[in-house]
Every structure is written in structure tokens, then in C-alpha cells.
Design a protein around this ligand. Structure first.
Ligand code: F6P
Length: 319
């Protein structure tokens, strides 16, 4: 191994810079060259590469976003696009590639591995939707951002005696809603993994009011439906003033938490170690506090695993 590349792809996540920093510095410490690839697979296809040194990643561990920038590439999904990418990697003498991103980025990494490019995936997505790992980089920062918003919304919701519906990201994964909902004391958590009944939800809200609850917070994962629409229905049925807040991309930014920086540093370091061990097509993760790696294809094929127990606890405690 003489030269490795690193890229970030798909939706950005706080902590990606800490992972890039770890890859770059671990690579350089082991005497190899490290190329930064800009704008994910799009930039790779267009040859947007530059050589990185220790200073390229100075002052980045605390920054959200990704210094390498990111993109979603349609061209890379085609055979021709991937051929171009492989040619660029070969032209630059890159023998190993570290891909930081979510499931789509991992699919790309797996395709490149099939064409004899050693690839390692680092899970960088706020969604926490990769089953093989307990946590993805960015998730902890995102749930803390949501928690901060919940605390603020709770104040105004209590003052007015309102129902507040807070829509959070997560596509088909309810983890952001679940964790932030439990930590924020939400009365209801609506996630794609569990069916919900509108009448039951309204009954819970009304019963809470009778028991003396001054506010009612509902965490809604975006995969289930829109907060505005749900707010209208809830207000119609309960006659309680209801407001919707869509947190949106605020969840993707900000300085990464300590947990995300530590996780990203460990994963970036391990990615380079794996390349030195001659491994390819591996996805790095964390299980029961230990850094692990798994075959990328197997990691992608694992069925979703919703934390039912955590959901039950959240519901029991919010009563
Ligand atoms: O990063 C993942 C994610 O935040 C999803 O939860 C969301 O659906 C999606 O990205 C939106 O991303 P964009 O607006 O960049 O397409």
C-alpha cells in the first residue's frame, strides 16, 4: 500500500471531518500518501483529487460538515461511471479507498471492491440506519441538536398548553425520533418501524390533559408523514391548539459532540489499519463499545432492528 484515497459521500454528518483527519494522519504516519477526493463519487469521476498533508486536516476536528464536500452521483450508478472512477483511481496510483457515508455510499464502495480496488466503509450518517453497527458518525450530534430544540419547544408548548409535533429526519429509520424523544420526555413517538393509530394518539393527548399535563410533545420521524398534516388532524379531533415544527437540515450541521469525534477518530484509524492488513470490502462499526468490521454486502443486507425495549421505556416514562 503506497497511496490511499478518502472521500465523503451522500448526506453530510457532523464528525465526518474527524474521520477524515484520522484517515489522513494515520496514513501519513505509516509513510503512505493520502489523496483527498472532493464531492464524493462525482468528484472522483471528474478527477477532483488533491494530495493531503497533516496541515490539510488541522483545525477540522471541531467542524461540522465535510471539508471534502459531498454529493450524490447519478453517473456513478452506471457501469460507465464506475469504469471512469476506477480509471482515475488507477491513474493516481491509489491502491486503497476509504469511503465515509451511508448505505448508498457503501453500495458504491462494494462495487469498486469488485473491480479490485481495496475499499473500506466508515458509517457517516445522522440517521443511524445501518443495522450492523450500534452507532453511525453524526447520530449523537444530531440527537443532541434535536434535544436542544425539544427543550425549547417544551417551554412555549407548556406556556400555551399546546400540542407540539416535532418532525425529525431519519428517512426509514426512527432512531433519531426514538432517542431524542426518550431523552426529551416526549409523550408520543411516531416512527416508521411501528404502526400508529390517529385516534389512539388523540386519546392519549386528551387523557394527558385530564391528568394535568400542560403540554404534549410528539416526535414524528419524517418517514411516517408530514408534521403539518398531522397537526391539523390532531387539532381537529382534540380541539387542542396544535403546532408543527420541522427541524430539517439544522439536524445535519453543527460542531460534533465528543462521542462523535471519538467514534470517528477510532473508525478512521481502524480503516487505515484494515487497508494495511490487506482487507477489502469491509464496513467498520461499533458493537457493545468495541470497534468491529463486517463484510460490506452482509452489513447492507442485515434486516432493520428497531429497539423495541427503548420505545417501551420511553412510553412508560412519559405517562
Ligand atoms: O443524511 C440523511 C438524511 O438526513 C435523511 O434523514 C434525509 O431524508 C435526507 O438525508 C435528506 O437529505 P438531502 O436533503 O441532502 O437530500
Amino acid at each position: 500500500m503506497k497511496c490511499i484515497g478518502v472521500l465523503t459521500s451522500g448526506g453530510d454528518a457532523p464528525g465526518m471531518n474527524a474521520a477524515i483527519r484520522a484517515v489522513v494522519r494515520t496514513g501519513l504516519d505509516n509513510g503512505i500518501r493520502v489523496m483527498g477526493i472532493q464531492r464524493g463519487y462525482s468528484g472522483l469521476i471528474n478527477g477532483e483529487l488533491f494530495e493531503m498533508d497533516r496541515r490539510s486536516v488541522a483545525d477540522t476536528i471541531q467542524r461540522g460538515g465535510t471539508i471534502l464536500r459531498t454529493a450524490r452521483s447519478k453517473e456513478f450508478k452506471t457501469k460507465e461511471g464506475r469504469k471512469k472512477a476506477v480509471n482515475i483511481l488507477k491513474a493516481f496510483g491509489i491502491d486503497g479507498l476509504v469511503v465515509i457515508g451511508g448505505d448508498g455510499s457503501f453500495r458504491g464502495a462494494s462495487e469498486l471492491a469488485k473491480q479490485d480496488i481495496c475499499t473500506i466503509g466508515i458509517p457517516g450518517t445522522i440517521d443511524n440506519d445501518l443495522t450492523y453497527t450500534d452507532y453511525t458518525i453524526g447520530f449523537d450530534t444530531a440527537i443532541n441538536t434535536v434535544l436542544d430544540a425539544i427543550n425549547k419547544i417544551r417551554d412555549t408548548s407548556t406556556s400555551h398548553g399546546r400540542v407540539s409535533i416535532i418532525e425529525v429526519m431519519g428517512r426509514n429509520c426512527g432512531d433519531i425520533a426514538l432517542y431524542a424523544g426518550l431523552a426529551g420526555g416526549a409523550e408520543s413517538i411516531i416512527v416508521p418501524e411501528k404502526n400508529y393509530d390517529l385516534n389512539e394518539l388523540c386519546k392519549t393527548i386528551l387523557e394527558g390533559k385530564i391528568r394535568g399535563k400542560r403540554h404534549n410533545l410528539i416526535l414524528l420521524a419524517e418517514g411516517v408523514g408530514g408534521a403539518d398534516e398531522l397537526a391539523k388532524k390532531v387539532q381537529e379531533i382534540t380541539s387542542i391548539d396544535t403546532r408543527a415544527t420541522i427541524l430539517g437540515h439544522i439536524q445535519r450541521g453543527g460542531s460534533p459532540t465528543c462521542m462523535d469525534r471519538v467514534l470517528a477518530s477510532q473508525m478512521g484509524y481502524r480503516a487505515v489499519e484494515l487497508l494495511f492488513e490487506g482487507k477489502t470490502s469491509r464496513a467498520i462499526g461499533i458493537k457493545f463499545g468495541k470497534i468491529i468490521d463486517e463484510d460490506i454486502e452482509e452489513a447492507l443486507n442485515m434486516p432493520r432492528n428497531f429497539n423495541e425495549k427503548l420505545y417501551q421505556i420511553a412510553m412508560a416514562l412519559s405517562y
